[in-house]
Design a protein around this ligand. Structure first.
Ligand SMILES: Nc1ncnc2c1ncn2[C@@H]1O[C@H](COP(=O)(O)OP(=O)(O)O)[C@@H](O)[C@H]1O
Ligand SMILES: [Mg+2]
Length: 268
């Protein structure tokens, strides 16, 4: 039934299908004007999956309202269409994830470094969207290499955090996730790994810091790894301050991340 309802207005645009843990995302074309979009259809196999789909739809509604207030819609990937029952949504097509972008060849999976200037753009852009969510009491909780997308559909390139399915929203009482662990290995902070219900903005700062570290080095560390290795050039101090294991001593807000990324970029 869900399938039939999107097929009224969209058709498959090829074989570009991605599977996340909770949804299938495919490229579709809108029948009325031929424009390409991403269709996200949530899996509905368990109560947990259904809950996650509903959560993502509600949180995106809240983010759309927040972005409209502040004219920051470019910093977020907001649905252009969705089914009322929360089974599918249509999003702007956003190219590829950081994980896919950082591989030179799909088959060998060889990693290619991402240059420092582009990583500063990634930090600036993603911190803008996450910062807007934080101002409204929403913590993403799964900032990772697969949930950071690179869009190049307009002059220049934008990086955007997608996938709000496990976000924590302090202003609307959402049922707690049944699964205790929330987040992706290598990107989740020690505090969130210990207690996902108490996630804070600083836990998203940690995830974004680990994303930047991966982009610069090709390495994914365990959550508990003591520190970052290697020369991260002029981004070293910023990225290390984002992934500080002690949450109290970590950079606390996306506003700070953004300001520091911009300052470093300005000096390029
Ligand atoms: N708007 C989009 N445009 C292009 N690809 C996307 C888009 N949204 C998601 N994807 C791809 O689909 C994958 C799964 O989407 P995601 O929203 O993270 O679902 P899940 O909740 O299953 O993790 C992403 O990692 C990305 O590769
Ligand atoms: Mg995902």
């Amino acid at each position: 039934m869900a399938r039939r309802s999107w097929e009224e207005h969209y058709e498959d645009a090829g074989d570009d299908v991605h599977y996340g843990g909770y949804a299938e995302v495919r490229r579709v074309r809108r029948k009325s004007d031929g424009r390409v979009f991403a269709l996200k259809v949530g899996f509905e196999r368990s109560e947990e999956q259904k809950e996650r789909n509903r959560r993502e739809h509600r949180i995106l509604d809240r983010l759309a309202a927040a972005a409209a207030d502040q004219k920051q819609a470019n910093a977020l990937l907001l649905p252009v269409d969705a089914c009322k029952e929360g089974l599918w949504m249509v999003l702007p097509w956003a190219g590829e994830s950081l994980r896919a972008y950082s591989r030179t060849r799909k088959h060998t999976g060889a990693w290619k470094p991402i240059d420092q200037r582009e990583v500063l753009d990634l930090l600036d852009n993603c911190a803008q969207g996450l910062g807007l969510a934080h101002e409204h009491g929403i913590v993403h909780r799964d900032v990772s290499w697969q949930n950071v997308l690179r869009i190049s559909d307009r002059p220049g390139v934008r990086w955007i955090v997608c996938d709000w399915g496990v976000a924590l929203d302090r202003e609307i009482a959402l049922p707690p996730m049944t699964r205790v662990a929330v987040g992706t290995d290598g990107f989740v902070s020690p505090q969130q790994q210990h207690d996902a219900h108490d996630a804070k903005a600083a836990d998203d700062v940690f995830g974004l810091g680990r994303v930047a570290y991966y982009a610069l080095s090709g390495r994914r560390l365990d959550t508990g790894a003591p520190g970052l290795s290697g020369d991260l050039g002029r981004l070293g101090t910023l990225v290390r301050a984002m992934v500080e294991p002690d949450r109290k001593h970590r950079i606390q807000s996306m506003t700070t991340v953004r300001a520091r990324a911009r300052k470093l970029r300005g000096g390029a």
